[in-house]
Design a protein around this ligand. Structure first.
Ligand SMILES: [Zn+2]
Length: 292
């Protein structure tokens, strides 16, 4: 039995604590500024049990930053992520973007003055498709799921039909709308979504939102597929009608940057992601990829 608790230190910096009888693991680790609160939340739940793993679904600042603070609190913790994420976290240019985005999130929350540990970000265990994390009674199998970033991975717990999803599957924008999170490839993301959908999950831990169970799982996947393909369709139609990237970006933002989404994603971060998303769609439409 895996129990899951949201221990995030701030909205948008969600992190989920997994506990089995054998081991404990944190899925994602939130912003830098919210890490002290998150660590206090983890300690409240663990009551002296060690934290064995941090599992990073990808290298973005709102998922990976807290891991540097977790390591100070639990020096024996193993931080796991994809080999690609490991490389990215060591790049000075990626660290500079993370620092800037963390500063922005902290400023919005009125929490500037936090300790910057970006230079200590490090993945100990580089994982690839099929690798396993052993949580005792539950095993987590790595599923590479690129599309949001190239470094995205999900984890599958067959014993519980539990999918620890990543943003390639999209993020709930409220009202049945799932925001497409494809940034590096539409075809790539759709392939990953198909792979995750085929697992037949009965529980899905979704980034920023938490655990879905039963029928909500199939509904989420259906909505994710719908909105992924629907925005691609609108982009293709828009381009045929002579719309430019700026107009497509405006339409994307109008659809998906809902007040509910704004609660978990600063506008600056949304805009940064969008600055990759639209050119990627245009590129793939030009290449003849899309719904046709
Ligand atoms: Zn992300």
């Amino acid at each position: 039995m895996v129990t899951i608790t949201n221990v995030g230190g701030a909205p948008g910096g969600e992190a989920f604590l997994l506990e089995t009888e054998g081991k404990t693991a944190l899925v994602d680790s939130g912003f830098a500024y919210s890490a002290p609160r998150m660590i206090a939340n983890i300690k409240d739940v663990l009551r002296g049990r060690p934290l064995d793993y941090v599992l990073l679904t990808h290298s973005h600042y709102d998922h990976a930053s807290g891991s540097a603070y977790v390591r100070a609190a639990w020096p024996d913790v193993t931080v796991a992520g994809s080999a690609y994420a490991k490389k990215i976290l060591e790049k000075p240019s990626a660290r500079a973007v993370m620092r800037e985005m963390n500063d922005n999130a902290a400023r919005i929350a009125g929490a500037d003055g936090y300790e910057d540990r970006t230079d200590r970000l490090h993945i100990d265990l580089a994982m690839a498709e099929g690798d396993e994390i052993d949580l005792g009674p539950a095993k987590l199998r790595v599923i590479e799921a690129p599309g949001h970033t190239k470094c995205c991975i999900a984890f599958w717990c067959g014993e519980e039909k539990l999918l620890l999803s990543c943003e390639t599957l999209g993020v709930d924008a409220g009202g049945g709308v799932v925001m497409p999170c494809y940034m590096v490839g539409y075809a790539l993301a759709m392939e990953s979504v198909g792979k995750l959908a085929a697992l037949g999950a009965e529980k899905i831990l979704t980034p920023h939102r938490g655990l879905l169970e039963g029928e909500a799982c199939a509904a989420f996947i259906e909505n994710a597929v719908y909105w992924n393909t629907e925005f691609m369709r609108r982009a293709e139609e828009g381009m045929r009608a002579g719309k430019g990237e700026a107009e497509l970006a405006r339409e994307f933002k109008e659809l998906f940057y809902t007040p509910y989404m704004a609660e978990v994603q600063p506008e600056k971060a949304f805009d940064l992601n969008l600055s990759y998303t639209i050119p990627m769609l245009v590129r793939e439409i030009d290449q003849g990829i899309g719904n046709k």
